[in-house]
Write a protein that binds this ligand. Structure first.
Ligand code: ARG
Length: 381
């Protein structure tokens, strides 16, 4: 449904300015010839005047998404920003925007990012929002996540982080198996339409069982995690356009799983079980049982992913690469926006080179941004 140009006029200002600034940036970084940029800026202004929006070229999308990653202050892996691959799913679902076809494209994203264990850094760009027609979204924070079921006694079976999401999909009619690691369905929604949920096929959800190189009993704890993360709730803000569905996959660092997901007291809370297996004294904080257990759990994660042939990096390598990235950016005359609390690893922070450095989480465009606004299940009964 196209709106008349007059209705869209107010949008043209900031959108045009952001489009122009992205195009000039691509030229300044040597990706576009100067004359071509001037032509493209005029062309975009014409499209905006006529339709209130414009379509980015595949190259603008690819290079812009890479710069958005580089600009994001939360990510320690930015050293690799030039290696980001982008799938163009802007026409997925056809003119009707069919959810089933969007879902298939999400499944393809996961298969492609998995790549047999050699994880790809991959972003898929789905239809951007247009004036009067916001783009599709998924409710999921990540495409692959485990359910969290609140039990009668108040405890949680599974991942406490997803309790509200799990309750919402149960209300939509989804049923899980009731295990600690039930993979949640993907909930797709076009604003103004009913949400639809889809279960992921098993081959799109590779997982790793966690064992320890020295403790044979460790495997008996039954711990596992999905092979790689795929952030799916951030909007890609690029050249004046907003892509509300732009899932981003990359490999893990071992501390995210060992020192957060499986060990945080408000997540899987496995440190007491690990410490008991190690025979540690858990009755006193001063035995440092948590510290010893979190280290062995993280070592187990690294070992298990390596054994399974799944890409994963350790926090020492990751932080060294981050500092190299920072220095490289400086040589290119750019800053390195970063949020220290997101960059410093969850364990052994002081043994890594980022510990003594200071960062500014400056916000520049293009970028990724959280979008919490349309969680339709927030307040729902
Ligand atoms: N920390 C999040 C998780 O545990 C993933 C965030 C992105 N991490 C990454 N390595 N790309 O699942």
């Amino acid at each position: 449904m196209m709106k008349g140009p007059d209705l869209c006029a107010p949008l043209a200002g900031p959108v045009a300015a952001e489009a122009e600034s992205l195009l000039r940036q691509l030229a300044a970084e040597g990706h576009l010839a100067v004359e071509a940029v001037e032509r493209r800026i005029r062309d975009v202004a014409d499209r905006l005047a006529a339709t209130g929006t414009y379509r980015q070229s595949a190259e603008e999308l690819l290079l812009g998404a890479r710069i958005a990653w580089r600009n994001n202050p939360q990510c320690i892996g930015k050293f690799y920003w030039k290696g980001l691959e982008v799938r163009d799913c802007r026409d997925a679902g056809g003119a009707g925007g069919e959810e089933g076809e969007l879902f298939e494209a999400l499944v393809e994203h996961l298969r492609s990012a998995w790549n047999g264990g050699r994880i790809r850094m991959l972003l898929s760009a789905f239809p951007p929002s247009e004036p009067g027609r916001p783009g599709p979204r998924v409710w999921n924070g990540q495409l692959i996540r485990y359910a969290g079921y609140r039990q009668h006694d108040g405890s949680v079976l599974g991942d406490p982080e997803t309790v509200r999401f799990t309750e919402a999909v149960l209300r939509l009619g989804w049923r899980g198996r009731g295990t600690e690691y039930d993979v949640l369905p993907v909930v797709l929604q076009w604003p103004g339409r009913e949400p639809r949920w889809f279960d992921l096929p098993a081959d799109a959800v590779p997982e790793v069982r966690i064992s320890h190189p020295d403790y044979p009993w460790f495997e008996g704890l039954g711990l596992r995690w999905h092979a790689f993360p795929t952030i799916s709730d951030q909007v890609l803000e690029l050249g004046g356009l907003r892509y509300p569905l732009a899932p981003f996959s990359a490999w893990y660092t071992c501390a995210e799983i060992g020192a957060r997901n499986l060990s945080d007291a408000n997540r899987y809370d496995k440190l007491p079980a690990v410490a008991r297996g190690m025979g540690l004294d858990t009755s006193r904080d001063r035995s440092l049982w948590r510290d010893r257990a979190v280290l062995e759990l993280t070592a187990a994660v690294l070992h298990s992913y390596d054994q399974a042939g799944v890409s994963i990096i350790d926090h020492h390598f990751a932080t060294k690469q981050f500092v190299r990235h920072e220095e490289r950016e400086q040589r290119s005359g750019r800053g390195c926006p970063a949020d220290w609390s997101a960059i410093a690893p969850a364990i052994s922070g002081s043994t890594t080179p980022v510990w003594q450095r200071r960062y500014e989480p400056t916000r520049v465009l293009p970028n990724f941004a959280p979008q919490t606004d349309s969680w339709p299940f927030g307040e729902a009964a």
